[in-house]
Ligand binder design. Structure first.
Ligand SMILES: [Zn+2]
Length: 356
């Protein structure tokens, strides 16, 4: 495995920030985990997902409205990922471990696998953020060059255009390809996969069987193959694009930094917390609609520093993070609007695609 070591050069900053955040929770008499708002969102997005699916299966509709409904199903699927699964898989949904375990299975409900994702995301991505060679999130496909240290290919010239298509089919790949690669190869990126207890093997196969029956077999049986194919692509296009874009806007924009881990060399990074801040950006912090829909993932700086805190608290904590960074002279990254962040992502990918 490639080696990365983190120093403690900004220990005072990290200590002060943690104290300030703890003080906020003490003063406002709140738990760091989810609250009524999160439970409301859970009900809303799960009900929306199930209701949209049932309407699609039970009501005969003309082509355009039915494709729009499939897109809506994808939107609800991504919303479950952002708002429910992500908090639960980080242990931030509830104080009770078993609640997080059960709610985390919403990942399997939308086509992937919570056990595999926890290692890929909570450990690999959250520890080694934007480190080329280790962070799996910036190695999505050889067709995408996410940072300067990745090899350039002629096709990358157009990556800022075709990346949206690749984002759009990414959720199909999760469901049928990438989970299977991790399961059968015993590896996640350059890391050895955690040993799966027997019940996790059972959950893996039952969930994949559920997915194939619910999202492929039943719709094909009711609507026929070609209508299913069009609807399945419409659902995944919205699902994958919305999910990928929101995650990309936090790490692959002009204001975020990257590192490179070389084989057989230890990459020394001066401080873990400051590394998270350098490699991550918030966006649209004052947009309440975006914050509600994307499960606080427009506050990824906050999320990377405090992954065990539920996203419903991020708007308040963002102010503490920004102030503390300012006090310690550490640059805090934020794109004021989502459109601005998206434009920055497109420009970054375009620049990386032109030969350097
Ligand atoms: Zn996370």
């Amino acid at each position: 495995m490639k080696q990365v070591s983190f120093g403690h050069d900004h220990q005072n900053f990290w200590k002060t920030l943690k104290e300030e955040v703890n003080l906020y929770f003490k003063n406002t008499n709140q738990e760091k985990t989810g609250n009524g708002v999160l439970y409301f969102k859970t009900g809303l997005f799960l009900a929306g997902f199930v209701a949209t699916y049932l309407v699609l299966m039970m009501v005969k509709m003309p082509v355009v409205p039915s494709l729009l409904m499939c897109g809506l199903l994808g939107f609800f699927g991504a919303s479950i990922g952002f708002n429910i699964m992500h908090d639960a898989c980080h242990g931030a949904y509830s104080k009770k471990k078993w609640v997080n375990e059960i709610v985390g299975l919403s990942m399997n409900l939308i086509g992937s696998n919570a056990f595999l994702w926890k290692q890929k995301h909570n450990v690999i991505h959250h520890t080694y953020t934007n480190i080329d060679g280790v962070d799996d999130d910036i190695q999505k496909s050889p067709l995408l060059r996410h940072c300067k240290t990745q090899p350039w290919k002629p096709a990358h010239k157009f990556q800022h255009v075709y990346m949206f298509f690749l984002y759009g089919v990414s959720s199909i790949f999760w469901a049928f390809v990438t989970d299977a690669q991790k399961y059968f190869s015993d590896k996640i990126g350059s890391h050895k996969r955690w040993n799966m207890p027997i019940h996790e093997h059972f959950i893996f196969w039952i969930s994949k069987l559920y997915y194939v029956i619910v999202f492929c077999a039943i719709p094909i049986w009711i609507h026929g193959f070609w209508i299913w194919l069009a609807g399945y692509f419409a659902m995944n296009f919205i699902f994958g694009t919305w999910l990928s874009v929101v995650f990309q806007l936090a790490h692959v924009v002009e204001i975020t930094e990257f590192e490179k881990s070389e084989q057989n060399e230890t990459l020394k990074i001066d401080d873990w917390a400051v590394h998270q801040i350098r490699t991550t950006a918030d966006f649209a912090p004052n947009n309440k609609v975006i914050s509600f829909l994307v499960g606080g993932l427009n506050f990824q700086v906050v999320h990377h520093l405090f992954p065990h805190v539920s996203h419903v608290h991020y708007p308040a904590i963002q102010k503490i993070v920004a102030e503390t960074c300012n006090k310690f002279g550490i640059e805090y990254h934020c794109n004021p609007t989502m459109i601005g962040a998206l434009a920055s992502h497109v420009r970054t990918m375009k620049t990386l695609g032109s030969r350097e």
